[in-house]
Design a binder for this molecule. Sequence first.
Ligand code: NAD
Length: 344
Amino acid sequence: GTARNAIPATLIPGDGIGPEVTKATVEVLEALGSPFEWETCSAGMAGIEAGGDPLPAATLDSIRRTRLALKGPLTTPVGGGFRSVNVRLREEFKLYANLRPAKTIIPGRYEKIDIVLVRENIEGLYVAHEHFIPVGDDPRAVAVSTGVNTRDGCRRIARFAFEYAVRNGRKKITIVHKANVLKALTGIFLEAARDVAKEYAGRVEVDDRIVDACAMQLVLNPWQFDMLLCTNLFGDILSDELAGLVGGLGLAPGANIGEHGAIFEAVHGSAPDIAGKGVANPVSLLLASGLMLEHAGRPELAERLRAAIQATLLEDNVRTRDLGGTASTVEFTAALIKRLGAAG
Ligand code: NAD
């Protein structure tokens, strides 16, 4: 971007296929004339290799300054090892809102899906205050987990969803809960969301669904939904269901937004099985960079980017292997950049 429009932003290439898809994304954004000026930082396994820390202080400092980051996937060791860097980033920057738009680009099992899920990102069962209670000679006979939802936290995420709806011309928000069983933990969420909804009466419709019924309805008739507003755990599960409705992980972006910054990423992980082979699909991260452009006040660039991605996939029929094509990451990126040039 030109100096006049420059917006400093943190770039975390990440692990596995992360460096391949972030490189592709940075090149495409350059061709688009994006305003971002990147500060490249390490995290995850790459952070450990660089300086023994999965979340280096320099990376945190950079995000504190820029309040804006594009992040490749980070490998998290299962069970032992260090705590999830993704969860640490959410807590550090109070990234209370997780935004997951699911929109059909390539018609597959379903067509014309267009649903935005808003997930509470730092409360609920993800607080994960867990312990075991010993019984007899079994020290781990009983497992206990405590979920925490605060009224303030519930109102904050509800307000985020309704403001998003108003700004983006969305018509209806469905509050997802299990207030028939988890009467306190998810009852407070339903109550707070309904309260906030009253302020938007006449502008945004509201209804609610019990999470299990919602999961089934998403498979039977997803077109009835416009926006979903979920607690942390339910949102985690339903957002992957949404990714499935639009063709899987290669096409699913996500944003983590909070009071002290915003971090944009693909929904998929580091894909160790294909890392370094040059075949990763960069579209999820590209779509995430589109959300980042919108967040930075450049929706017209985001729109151009999405149109070019769609044209490359559907009209030029250039696709990576996961979408049934033969293009490498580099070939797809070149085709997309050519499209951006053609669109002017
Ligand atoms: P994954 O998403 O990395 O991979 C699942 C499958 O999808 C693999 O077969 C993979 O090859 C394929 N895939 C994923 N993204 C693709 C892409 N862009 N193009 C083509 N194929 C793609 O999930 P996983 O294997 O369960 O996790 C691997 C690692 O990633 C784990 O350490 C996990 O903790 C981490 N992870 C990180 C994030 C994140 O940083 N936000 C999210 C999910 C998983």
